[in-house]
Design a protein around this ligand. Structure first.
Ligand SMILES: [Zn+2]
Length: 107
C-alpha cells in the first residue's frame, strides 16, 4: 500500500471499498504512519466530528452513511437537539443502530 492522502469514508460512500477493506486500510495507516507524516485524520480524510465518532466506537460505515445522508441530530436519551459540530455528544448503539447522545443531557 502507498502512504498517500485519501478519502476513506468517501470511498465507502461510493462503494469503491467494502467496510472490511476500510478497516484494513485504517489499520495499515495506523501501523505505518510516523511522526514525519501528516496526522492520520488528514491522511484518511476525516473531519474532526467523524474522527470523534470513530473514537467513540461508530463503524466507518455508520459515519460514511452520516456523511452521505446527514448526522443524527437528536439525543436518544432526552430527545433534545444535538449540534454535532459543537461536540458534547458521544455515539452509542441504541435500538439496533448507532446514534448520538449528550455527554450530559441539558435537563
Ligand atoms: Zn440528551
Amino acid at each position: 500500500m502507498k502512504k498517500e492522502a485519501r478519502d476513506l469514508l468517501g470511498d465507502l460512500v461510493l462503494g469503491r471499498i467494502t467496510p472490511e477493506e476500510a478497516e484494513a486500510i485504517y489499520d495499515w495507516y495506523m501501523d505505518n504512519l510516523t511522526s514525519d507524516d501528516p496526522p492520520v485524520t488528514e491522511m484518511l480524510g476525516f473531519s474532526k466530528i467523524e474522527w470523534t465518532a470513530h473514537a467513540h466506537g461508530a463503524e466507518f460505515q455508520d459515519i460514511a452513511n452520516w456523511r452521505a445522508h446527514g448526522w443524527p441530530n437528536r439525543c436518544f436519551i432526552c430527545g433534545q437537539p444535538i449540534n454535532v459540530e459543537k461536540f458534547g455528544w458521544f455515539t452509542r448503539e441504541h435500538e439496533g443502530r448507532m446514534q448520538l447522545r449528550h455527554i450530559t443531557c441539558p435537563k
